[in-house]
Write a protein that binds this ligand. Structure first.
Ligand SMILES: [Zn+2]
Length: 128
């Protein structure tokens, strides 16, 4: 026996052609609205992590150029997995940015160098 086709939104069995996903236009709209808001939630979650990272960099670095141990950032809730963009200098140094605040990992010193794009990087590139 063929499996009955059910509406993806309300779960009601449907008659009619195969490949049909929804019993009505209302169910179709409801389903797509939910999908959209789930997606929107993910974007907002990621945005808030990036904003938090940005504000931590800013707070730790009022002068726009500072050396710190990475633990200090972690303790404040900094999430090293997330950044908005990278910048590689001619020397091959990589900076990770959260908007206009960025950092470079100084491996040998076990520290991170926090910088402000506008103050220290802008002369090199018009990116921001
Ligand atoms: Zn339905």
């Amino acid at each position: 026996m063929e499996k009955p086709v059910v509406c993806q939104e309300c779960g009601q069995a449907m008659k009619g052609r195969r490949g049909k996903k929804f019993c009505s236009d209302q169910c179709r709209a409801a389903y797509h609205n939910t999908q959209k808001s789930e997606e929107e939630k993910k974007v907002l979650q990621l945005n808030s992590i990036l904003r938090k990272n940005r504000s931590i960099l800013k707070k730790l670095n009022p002068e726009g150029y500072t050396n710190l141990r990475p633990e200090v950032l972690k303790q404040m809730g900094f999430d090293f997995r997330f950044y908005t963009h990278q910048f590689k200098t001619d020397k091959g140094e990589v900076y990770y940015f959260c908007y206009e605040w960025g950092y470079q990992v100084l491996q040998q010193q076990g520290k991170v160098l926090i910088i402000n794009w506008q103050k220290y990087m802008k002369p090199f590139s018009p990116l921001l």
